[in-house]
Structure formats: C-alpha cells, structure tokens
Design a protein around this ligand. Structure first.
Ligand code: TXA
Ligand code: MG
Length: 322
C-alpha cells in the first residue's frame, strides 16, 4: 500500500524531496486529490502517466502559487487572465493558454497549450512553496477513467499496488468536483469543463463564454464521454422516476436519491444533499461507496436543475453513467 502522511513540515519536505528526485506524489487540493510531478521534468511527468494508466495524449493541469507562477509557463497572459486570477485565484478555476517553449511536450500531451490553476488548499500551497514556486503538473489521483479521489484513502485504494507512493493527507476536499476548465487560447472563451466556478460567474466577468448546451436528453455529442465512472454499471433516472425504474429492476440496486422513502428493499438508498455544493462534495464518495455494495446497478436520480453549480454535478453524472 502507499504511505499516507499527515501534513507536517517534515512530511511536506519529504514529499518535495521525492518530487525533486523525479517521483510523483499525491496531495490534497480543494477540488480533488492530485498526483503531481514537476512540470519541467519530463521523466517525472512520464511517471505520472505510467502510474495513472493515462493515455499520453491527455494533457495535465499545472499547479502554481499565483499569476506570476502561471506566467512562467504560459504565453499570452492578458487582461482577462489578470481579472480572472485576481477574482478567483487561488481556487477551482483552470485556464488554458498557449504554453511556453520551456514546457516539455510530455507535460501537455503534445499540445501547444497548457492548463494552469492556483489551488487554495493550504497543503497544496505549502508543497508548492517548499518547491520554490515550481509548477507541479497533476491530474486527479485516480487510475484513468475511475472516480476522482476526495479523501486520501481513495487514492490509496486506487494505487494499492504502489508501495512507494507518498500521499499527503489534507482531509476531505472542500468542493469534491474537479476544477472549472476555461479555454482562453481563442478570442472567445470556451468552457471545457464545468466546475464550482460557474459559467454564470465567468460570463459576468468576461461577457460571452461558449459552453455546451445541457438538456434533459443530454448535452452536445462527444462532450460527455464516459469518465469519472464507478465500476458498477450506472444509469441516470428522471426526477421522481425512481419507483418506476426500480419496479423494472428485480436485482438489488444502489440508488443515489433525494428521498430514501422512494427506495424499497432489497435496494439500498444513498441519500444525497439537495444543495448543489453539498451534493458535489458528496458525489464521488457516494459513487465509490455504491461500488462496494455488490449491486447489479447504480441508479442516480437526476438533479432538479442544470444551471449554476448543478451544471458541474450533471456533467459528472452524465460521464459516470455514459
Ligand atoms: O480540480 C482539478 O482540476 C484536479 C486537481 C488535482 O487540480 N485536476 C484534474 O486533472 O482534474 P485531470 O487531469 O483529471 O483533468 C484535467 C482536465 C482534462 O479534462 C484535460 O483534458 C483538460 O483538463 N486539459 C488539461 N490540459 C489541457 C489543455 N492544454 N487543453 C485543453 N484541455 C486541457
Ligand atoms: Mg481526472
């Protein structure tokens, strides 16, 4: 099993030493746990891809302390970036910009752009400080395609066979959903991944922001590829459609729902918060728990809205059930 470390000065130094020696280390952020390596070290980056079983063309997010750190790896930092960073960093917003030539192609899946964000979690920040402000590229610390980790134990479970891996324990991730990803490589900003920083708040700062349209039937094709997924087959059911869906399902199911009284035995209800932020922070733990019940299927009741914070929740639910 990997080693889970309480975040002391000593363990953060140990983690930074391991990273300087070319290793990947798991650390907490306010969104989900990350598996990080130094952005400018191609061999360390290769280690992240190997550990994650991640396809080499799937680019990574670089984590920095602040706008200055971002400017050391991106080109084309403009007034829009200053505005966003001054209002929303540190926090769960990732900006995609052209990359500097000094950034190895390995760290960005061969692209000409790089995604960058400044995490607010104090342990992530202490680690970045210990590294002298060097950028740390970190995907979510789960095996590729699986549900992102929101506590240290989730990371240890996904990487159970990696005895050398260090995991800094920063408690439960505050938001529990991956950061909002905004592409600023063109004149019109494009929302690539919804998150806790909402489309509406980005539009209020930037004006127009392009985003896929979400409907009851699903969003635009291709944008909801299966990802963030539990191992048990999962399906979305309409609001108040739980009883009907269960009536058609003789085998025991796990049901993420808003009202457990709609779930008769032999099925298992997992009650979800009605508040979008609380729902988001509970979702991945709920999917991982549902996965351990040995049920035939996981059913998830559709949230009441597709706007604001619910947009990110619905996006992850669609991917988990695609
Ligand atoms: O909240 C988060 O963003 C977490 C924590 C650890 O910071 N990280 C995370 O990383 O979710 P990952 O690798 O699981 O997701 C990165 C997302 C992917 O959808 C990837 O395609 C996109 O960001 N991305 C990264 N670099 C990009 C680039 N240069 N252009 C377009 N999309 C990019
Ligand atoms: Mg991920």
């Amino acid at each position: 099993m990997p080693t889970i470390l309480e975040p002391t000065d000593l363990s953060i130094e140990l983690a930074a030493d391991a990273m300087r020696a070319g290793k990947a280390v798991a650390f907490p952020t306010e969104t989900v746990y990350g598996l990080g390596a130094l952005t400018l070290d191609p061999r360390a980056i290769a280690e992240v891809y190997r550990l994650k079983w991640r396809p080499a063309n799937n680019p990574l997010i670089a984590h920095v302390l602040d706008a200055r750190g971002a400017k050391s790896i991106v080109e084309g930092w403009d007034p829009r970036c200053d505005e966003l960073a001054s209002r929303l960093w540190p926090g769960p917003l990732t900006l995609v910009l052209p990359r500097r030539a000094s950034v190895p192609a390995e760290a960005v899946g061969g692209r000409n752009s790089i995604a960058v964000r400044s995490p607010s979690h104090p342990v992530a920040r202490r680690l970045l400080e210990e590294l002298g402000g060097a950028a740390v590229s970190a995907p979510s610390a789960n095996r590729s395609g699986h549900v992102s980790p929101t506590v240290a134990r989730h990371v240890a479970e996904d990487f159970a066979s990696e005895a050398d891996l260090l995991i800094l324990d920063g408690g439960r991730s505050e938001f529990g959903l991956e950061s909002t990803v905004l592409d600023l490589t063109a004149r019109r900003p494009v929302l690539l991944r919804p998150g806790t920083v909402t489309l509406e708040s980005l539009q209020s700062i930037l004006g127009d922001v392009d985003a896929p349209v979400i409907t009851e039937q699903g969003d635009s094709p291709g944008t909801a590829a299966r990802h963030y997924a539990p191992r048990t087959p999962a399906a979305l059911v309409p609001i108040n459609g739980i009883r009907a869906a269960l009536a058609a399902e003789p085998r025991p199911c796990a049901v993420l729902c808003f009202d457990a009284t709609h779930v008769p035995s032999p099925h298992t209800a997992i009650s979800m918060p009605k508040d979008a932020r609380l729902y988001g922070s509970a979702l991945y733990d709920a999917l991982r728990s549902a996965d351990t019940l040995g049920c035939a299927k996981i059913l998830v009741e559709m949230p009441p809205s597709f706007d604001g914070l619910w947009r990110a929740v619905v996006d992850r639910l669609r991917r988990a059930t695609a």
